[in-house]
Write a protein that binds this ligand. Sequence first.
Ligand SMILES: Cc1ncc(COP(=O)(O)O)c(C=O)c1O
Length: 361
Amino acid sequence: MKLQISKTSQTRISEFDFDNLEFGRIFSDHMLEMVYNNGAWQSAEIKPYGPITFEPSMMALHYGQAVFEGMKAYYANDDTINLFRPHDHHQRLNNSARRLCMPEIEESLFIEALEELMRLDHTWVPKKHGQALYIRPVMFATEEYLAAKVSEEYKFLIITSPVGAYYSEGFNPVKLTTSENYVRAVKGGTGEAKAAGNYGGSFLPARNAQKKGYTQVLWLDANEHKYVEEVGTMNIFFLIGDKLITPKLSGTVLPGITRRSVIALAKEWSVDVEERKISIDEVFEADSNGTLKEVFGAGTAAVISPVGLIHHQGQTLTLDQEKVGPFAKKMFDTITGIQYGKLKDTHGWVHPVNVRSSVLQ
Ligand SMILES: Cc1ncc(COP(=O)(O)O)c(C=O)c1O
């Protein structure tokens, strides 16, 4: 299928203040729109960002057949924008789509569309270290029908949003609490897919946690309510003694791309990495016997997010709240260094897009 391109006649960029970017509030000039019906993707068009129309009977609204991705592009220099691990995000998108009986997207088209969006909207990629262009691919069921069944029609969009530095005022450790009454995912459910409904279902427990002064919920497993799974939009890591431990991917945890990067780098640094079940009791025990050195989350938004406090059933453990631990800091500096093209990318994680021809236009 050929990617069609309709450029905007007028950029909106001057309307926005790039020194005060809020996450996910403003959107760049162009978006991708693909339409699926009659058993195939029919069209793929990059067009000006703007409203889409649909009928109230659109199935995604009723049955939640919707999946998405979250990735970032980084300004390397005036000629180059770096996409971070786009092939991995594409693979996860298709895995999520399969779980919800939705059609897959061809890899070459996904990459071509991203490259084209970067060329058209490269001025929207903010230039300061820490800032980035957040990329949100989303697919949803568009058939107009109230039967509770698999939709025959879909839309796939990619929209992009310039975002500010997560840590413009230094690291901000998060406070986590387990939830006594709620779980995020069950074995055999949709936890390992990036399904829209997973997030909707987590908002009530997250709001309850926030009312009590915690930043996010630290999810435990649904069966025994004992083993740590992940945090709102991050995977979780514990540095205990000289071992880096993270919950194993066993169907209920989102397979984070940042998680995969952290594991690969830690192994390269000869750190013993264990992907296994880790109980909340083990974490508290490690804290009491002095072996719990660092806890941090890993995800696209913050890259690395130090954890300053964990609350579980009336017990609270605190880590150094003032700053990020040395291991997490080294991990943050290395991953962001690779993303912005300041450190050598020996893993093939960075997909540089040459935007020079568009600069000259
Ligand atoms: C539930 C959940 N876990 C973990 C992550 C981290 O994944 P990634 O590193 O691919 O952003 C995310 C963010 O996408 C998420 O939504």
